[in-house]
Design a protein around this ligand. Structure first.
Ligand SMILES: Nc1ncnc2c1ncn2[C@@H]1O[C@H](COP(=O)(O)OP(=O)(O)O)[C@@H](O)[C@H]1O
Ligand SMILES: CC(=O)N[C@@H](CCC(=O)OP(=O)(O)O)C(=O)O
Length: 288
C-alpha cells in the first residue's frame, strides 16, 4: 500500500472510532476550563485551540472559561504589588483588581481568541460583565477575613451565550464580573466555569490543569469518582490545595444537572479530543 493510502486508512479508522462519540456530543454544550497552569507555551496553546475548533466543527458547542492565576502573579510582581492568598483565593484590593481585570479580560482573553481564530475558528471574547452574563456578590468568609473584591456568582443570565452558541462562534470567557455598586469582582475561574456549566445544563465540564487528574495517596491517577467519594478524599488529606475548589465545583455543577466533570492534564496534546472522542478518556471522570 502507498504511504498516502495507508495514512487515509489510518484517518478513516480514527474517524470510525470517534463517530459514535461525536454523535453522543452532537449539539451538546461542553464547558472547558483552561487553567493558567495548563496554558504553557505556544504549541500547547495552538493544540488547545485546534481542539476547540475541531469540536465546534464536529457539532459540539465548546464554551471556554480561562484562568490566569500565574500570569496575574507575574504582572503584579513586575508592577511591584505583593500577591497574597487566603485558602487559594487572591486577596484583591482596588489596585490589584485593576491589574486582574487588565490581565484576564485584556491580554489573556484576547490571546486565546487570537489562537482560536488562527486555527480557523471564530472566537468571541467576553467577561461576566457582557450582557450581564454573570453578576457577582462579594464573597463573605465565615471567619470574617476580608478578601476585598473577590466575588462569587450571584446570578447567571445566559441570554448572550444563547445568541452565540450554535452559530459557529466559540465563546471565551474571563472570570471577571460586576457586583454591587457596579464594581468589578475577581472570581476564581473554576467557580466561574461551574456556574456557567450549571446554568447552560452542559453535558460535560472539563478542567484542564497541570496534573493528569485526581491522584490517590500513591500518586496514581483515579480514573472514576462518584460525588459521594469526594468529602472523604478531602478529609483524609488525599485532595489538598488548588484541587479542593476544583472538586467542590464538580459537586456544585453535578448538583445543577451537569452530567459529568473531568479533571485532566491540559498539556497532554489533544487532551480534550482524547477525553471526548475516544473510549479510554484522559483524566478523572466525576459523576453523580
Ligand atoms: N489528590 C490530588 N490530585 C492531583 N492534584 C492535587 C491533589 N491534591 C492537590 N493537588 C494539587 O492541585 C493542583 C491543581 O490545582 P491548581 O494549581 O489550582 O490548578 P489550576 O491553576 O489549573 O486551576 C495540582 O498541581 C496539585 O499540586
Ligand atoms: C479570586 C481568585 O483567586 N481569582 C483568580 C482568578 C484567576 C484564576 O482562577 O486562574 P487559574 O484558574 O489559573 O488559577 C486569581 O486572581 O488568580
Amino acid at each position: 500500500m502507498t504511504d498516502s493510502a495507508e495514512s487515509a486508512l489510518a484517518s478513516a479508522r480514527i474517524l470510525m472510532q470517534a463517530l459514535p462519540h461525536m454523535l453522543r456530543y452532537d449539539e451538546a454544550i461542553v464547558v472547558v476550563k483552561y487553567g493558567g497552569h495548563a496554558m504553557g507555551d505556544d504549541e500547547v496553546a495552538r493544540n488547545f485551540s485546534r481542539d476547540m475548533v475541531l469540536l465546534e466543527q464536529s457539532g459540539v458547542n465548546p464554551v471556554v472559561v480561562h484562568g490566569g492565576g500565574p500570569q496575574i502573579g507575574s504582572m503584579l510582581k513586575r508592577l511591584g504589588v505583593e500577591s497574597r492568598f487566603a485558602d487559594g483565593l487572591r486577596v484583591t484590593d482596588g489596585e490589584t483588581m485593576g491589574i486582574v481585570e487588565m490581565v484576564l479580560a485584556g491580554s489573556i482573553n484576547k490571546q486565546i481568541v487570537g489562537y482560536i481564530n488562527s486555527e480557523g475558528g471564530r472566537a468571541i471574547g467576553l467577561t461576566g460583565k457582557d450582557g450581564r452574563m454573570l453578576t457577582a456578590k462579594k464573597l463573605e468568609r465565615p471567619d470574617g477575613v476580608d478578601l476585598g473584591y473577590v466575588g462569587e456568582p450571584d446570578k447567571v443570565d445566559t441570554t448572550v451565550l444563547d445568541q452565540v452558541l450554535g452559530r459557529e462562534l466559540i465563546p471565551v470567557l474571563a472570570p471577571v464580573a460586576q457586583g454591587p455598586g457596579g464594581a468589578s469582582f475577581n472570581i476564581n475561574a473554576d467557580t466561574f466555569a461551574g456556574a456557567i456549566a450549571g446554568a447552560l445544563g452542559a453535558k460535560r465540564l472539563l478542567f484542564l490543569t497541570d496534573v493528569p487528574g485526581v491522584l490517590d495517596k500513591n500518586k496514581e491517577l483515579i480514573r472514576e469518582l462518584k460525588v459521594s467519594d469526594i468529602p472523604g478524599l478531602i478529609a483524609d488529606g488525599t485532595i489538598t490545595g488548588g484541587m479542593i475548589p476544583k472538586v467542590e465545583t464538580c459537586m456544585y455543577a453535578i448538583e445543577r444537572g451537569v452530567e459529568g466533570v473531568v479533571i485532566l492534564d491540559g498539556k497532554l496534546p489533544h487532551a480534550v479530543l482524547i477525553e471526548l472522542l475516544t473510549d479510554h478518556g484522559a483524566g478523572t471522570l466525576i459523576t453523580r
